[in-house]
Design a protein around this ligand. Structure first.
Ligand SMILES: Nc1ncnc2c1ncn2[C@@H]1O[C@H](COP(=O)(O)OP(=O)(O)O)[C@@H](O)[C@H]1O
Ligand SMILES: [Mg+2]
Length: 137
């Protein structure tokens, strides 16, 4: 793993807190302002929470790294993946208010809104990989 790449296992509540803190720290080191640091930390914490809540029994992880755009901007990229049951209907899961459990259904749409880019790759039984990115101003 190259310098500046961090990876954390996501198993329980304490890992959500750790992922949130690591994301905030990396965002600060990459010169994101306080508001963007909070946005990034919140998005990561929602996705990590989904791993704990919805991907039970499936190993989960968060990988954080800095990236550079073609036009030279610095960004942060976070990949949250798990080997849980997967999301059978990603479009439905992305809707505000949709929950298969007892949640508020705001985690995925919230993470998308807080970040610049978000890609969800998942299918029933196949685990889930969600990539989010934010670019510096
Ligand atoms: N990692 C995941 N594995 C399986 N299902 C997931 C995962 N993340 C999200 N989902 C599904 O997408 C739905 C919407 O997620 P979210 O918007 O965070 O709402 P909530 O967590 O409150 O239910 C969840 O209810 C769940 O069905
Ligand atoms: Mg959620």
């Amino acid at each position: 793993m190259s310098d500046g790449v961090q990876q954390l296992e996501i198993i329980d509540e304490s890992d959500i807190v750790a992922a949130r803190q690591r994301a905030r720290e990396m965002a600060r080191r990459l010169d994101f302002g306080a508001v963007d640091q909070s946005r990034i930390a919140t998005a990561v914490s929602e996705l990590a929470r989904n791993v704990v809540r919805h991907a039970t029994g499936g190993k989960g992880s968060v990988r954080l790294r800095s990236v550079r755009s073609k036009d030279g901007r610095t960004g942060i990229e976070i990949v949250v993946s798990d080997a849980g049951p997967g999301i059978p209907d990603v479009e439905r899961a992305m809707r505000r208010g949709y929950t298969s459990g007892k949640g508020y259904g705001l985690g995925l749409p919230g993470a998308k809104r807080l970040m610049d880019e978000m890609e969800v790759s998942s299918e029933a039984g196949g685990g889930t990989v969600i990539t989010i990115r934010k670019w510096g101003r």
